[in-house]
Design a protein around this ligand. Structure first.
Ligand code: PAF
Length: 317
């Protein structure tokens, strides 16, 4: 298996196309082969995804490439992180299109397993993280983070990456995975990548594909609300209630169902009370989970740390 993977990796270098592997055994062998050919101290960068790739994902690949000579990307719609009434079946899938995008982004290896090979008959182990997973989305999506940590620890065990990159749009997921990597002594640096936005501010997400034209217009209110709070904070506002209220109002004007508009400490994810005032140098995560039409959207900003969520054009109106 390793010999075959080695041969294939050499071929990949010649063609510039990523090597596509479908089984855990092939993925492990290809990563081992990469370490063997690249020599001691060689690093593998890793970007786990569920596919339906957009520019946000490709930015993760670029960040990984800047830190490692070879980047592996997994494409796997992980069933254990979806609840019974969620969108597992209709989650967008486009393996061929994804591989073409990854070739352009310079990924070396793509792992696209099927569910039965990731969760073979008889498997029963799950990885559970504590209070970080109980905040924000935790109570609304029971079992979700356990599914995420379980699949990512399986993927880490196969790839043995030196660095893994996750987007900050899923801020809580990033926090939970950082905790998991540290607690389980995975020798991997977990890197958080800035949210990539459409030109009007909407955070890129594979689920944006579900939005119809009217919903797409309404969805802009999420980043607009965060931007209003960012602007108020930049102008000196330090009341948690006022900052959170700016986002709440914007989201309430478009959302059929708000799961939360939360103000939390970015490290512990513990809620900050509306009557609290931010101290000198204190940061605040404003996080949204809200439905527009049937689509659940996430967005966030860390005040005192992130740039404004909406880039204002200095040229044409
Ligand atoms: O963010 C995602 O796409 C998924 O939750 C992840 C990290 C690939 C695990 O399935």
């Amino acid at each position: 298996m390793r010999k075959r993977a080695l041969g294939l990796l050499v071929m990949v270098e010649r063609t510039g196309e990523p090597l596509l592997v479908r089984t855990p055994e092939e993925f492990r062998a290809a990563c081992d082969a990469q370490r063997l050919t690249a020599g001691p101290g060689s690093r593998i960068g890793f970007v786990p995804t569920m596919g339906a790739l957009h520019d946000g994902h490709l930015s993760l690949v670029r960040i990984a490439r800047a830190r490692a000579p070879m980047v592996a990307v997994s494409i796997f719609v992980n069933p254990t992180q979806f609840g019974p009434n969620e969108d597992l079946d209709r989650y967008p899938r486009d393996l061929e299109g994804d591989v073409a995008k990854l070739a352009r982004a310079g990924a070396g290896l793509v792992f696209a397993p099927d569910p039965a090979s990731m969760y073979p008959e008889g498997e029963e182990t799950r990885v559970r993280v504590g209070p970080l997973a109980d905040a924000l989305c935790g109570p609304l999506r029971p079992g979700h983070f356990e599914g995420v940590t379980t699949v990512v620890s399986k993927l880490f065990a196969l790839a043995g990456p030196s660095v893994a990159v996750f987007g900050k749009k899923d801020f809580q997921q990033l926090a939970v995975l950082r905790r998991m990597a540290a607690d389980m002594f995975f020798p991997v640096e977990v890197v958080g990548a800035p949210i990539v936005r459409e030109s009007d501010g909407l955070a890129m997400s594979s689920r944006n594909a579900y939005l119809d034209e009217g919903e797409r217009v309404r969805a802009k209110a999420l980043s607009r609300g965060l931007s209003a709070a960012w602007g108020a904070h930049a102008a000196g506002e330090r009341s948690v209630g006022v900052l959170r209220g700016l986002v709440q109002r914007a989201v309430a004007s478009v959302s059929e169902r708000i799961d939360y508009v939360a103000a939390v400490d970015p490290r512990s994810l513990r809620a900050r009370a509306d009557d609290a005032t931010l101290g000198e140098g204190e940061t605040l995560l404003l996080a949204i989970a809200a439905h527009v039409g049937k689509t659940r959207l996430l967005d966030n900003v860390v005040l005192g740390e992130d740039p404004s969520p909406v880039v204002t054009s200095t040229t044409a109106p």
